[in-house]
Design a protein around this ligand. Structure first.
Ligand code: ADP
Ligand code: NI
Length: 214
């Protein structure tokens, strides 16, 4: 147990360094929140909490939007430096390989640890934090907050989703509102309900204010 905490602490420090200059919603705090949420879900779903926490810490370390590494090299190097054993490292890579949202090309992870990790990552895109991240991402990618002349694009595949330059409010309709029904575990589904309701209330209020109705 102590050994596991030691490894997690080394990996957390490496992640803080790796994401030290990100302001697009992928700062180290995103990773640390995902670790916490993933641990809560993992306890409730009785799966391997250590693999889930390690996977959470490493889940964005090779995100192709941020890094040009091949075959999860950042995650593998960090685990090697923290002396993670080969079998655990393999389970972690399997868990992080299918986490990301890619429109209609999104995959469901094969392992319970991967499913929990995907749920925790998605929960961080919902609720108050999800709203803050969406506008932070939009700002850092020079997107409009909202443009009534640009309607949301639904049912995009991965290529269309990546290419899309829509407004931050459209992102609620294009991704965020879909996440509640994509949760893999019952624990995350319950957490998602509250966060999803908060998003809907925000979008409704935003549009009413836009039209001067409240
Ligand atoms: P992750 O890889 O952690 O699942 P993403 O890279 O898809 O997340 O997105 C990082 C954050 O930025 C999330 O909160 C996400 O909802 C938000 N985001 C992603 N794409 C857009 C977009 N086109 N407009 C506004 N926010 C976005
Ligand atoms: Ni993430």
């Amino acid at each position: 147990m102590e050994e596991q905490e030691r490894i997690l602490s080394i990996v957390r420090d490496e992640i803080r360094r790796l994401f030290s200059d990100d302001f697009s919603g992928h700062d180290a705090w995103h990773t640390i929140r995902v670790e916490r949420t993933a641990a809560v879900i993992a306890e409730a779903e009785s799966c391997d909490v250590f693999v889930v926490r390690l996977g959470a810490l490493l889940h964005d370390a090779d995100d192709p939007k941020l890094f040009s590494t091949q075959d999860y090299q950042n995650a593998r190097d960090i685990m090697a430096r923290a002396y993670v054993d080969a079998s655990t490292a393999q389970q972690v890579i399997a868990a992080i390989a299918t986490v990301s949202f890619k429109g209609t090309d999104t995959q469901t992870p094969a392992t319970l640890e991967g499913k929990v990790l995907q749920d925790a990552d998605r929960l961080d895109a919902l609720g108050a934090i999800g709203i803050a991240r969406t506008f932070a991402y939009g700002g850092s990618h020079s997107r409009a907050m909202y443009d009534p002349e640009l309607p949301p694009l639904l049912h995009m595949d991965e290529a269309a989703y990546r290419k899309n330059q829509g407004s931050s409010l459209n992102h609620f309709y294009e991704k965020l509102f879909l996440l509640k029904d994509m949760m893999n575990t019952d624990t995350a589904r319950r957490m998602a309900e509250k966060r999803d309701a908060y998003l809907h209330a925000f979008a409704e209020e935003f549009l009413a204010e836009w039209d001067g109705k409240c």
